[in-house]
Design a protein around this ligand. Sequence first.
Ligand code: PGA
Length: 265
Amino acid sequence: MVTETSRRTPLIAGNWKLQQDHLQAIALVQKLAWTLQDAKHDHASVEVAVFPPFTDLRSVQTLISAEKFDLRFGAQDVSEHDSGAHTGEVSAAMLAKLDCAYAIVGHSERRQDHHESDAIVGRKAAAALRAGITPIICVGETAEDLEQHGASAVPVQQLREVLAELPATGEIVVAYEPVWAIGSGQAATAEQAQQVAQALRQTIAEVRSDEAAAATRILYGGSVKSGNIAGFMREPDVDGALVGGASLDAAEFAAIARFKHHVGT
Ligand code: PGA
């Protein structure tokens, strides 16, 4: 079993989805940065990243670099192609030019709305890695899957298929997001998140290596808020959170990032 947590810096990632134009993005990032600054947040001990829509990225990059904020940022999706005749796509190289550290791939909303298969998600993750961007690979079961197969079978299979498209090395982040928990207000229990995170880590050990498994951050996502984050973060295999709705409120998202200060609650 590979659960050595000390090497992994927790990551609190805010997925804004289809919300906030670039002007609203500037205001939200500013408020988030100031709230964290006021609270003397130590970014080296908990990394905080935001995932605005594509059209906001240039504004967010400019603001963060001008103000020297410690926040990181990334895209909500990326093309599997590097360039060419692919209307509407955005390449990983373009995102890298904008200083994106991460790209989310395989979010369940994209799997549903755009019929993205594990193979496509894997190729998107591979494209991100080629450009030096860390993919955040989302996996998770539906309520039906949960009833039929239990919590970990489907996410583990999804991760296996995605990893099959990737080179053996290169940093990845995995986000376990049960589909039934996303936007529902009904988060998984910390025990369930731990059980699946552990199974995902084991999968990384099998497909990549024990070292990769020990170094890879595994996030939980699905109705995370300041009131439940501490419970998830107490689990040895949960290394952070992918936060949707609650990331649009600067004070609430900052409180999630500061989970260490209410870990006893
Ligand atoms: P939620 O979304 O926090 O609003 O449930 C999580 C996600 O979709 O990444």
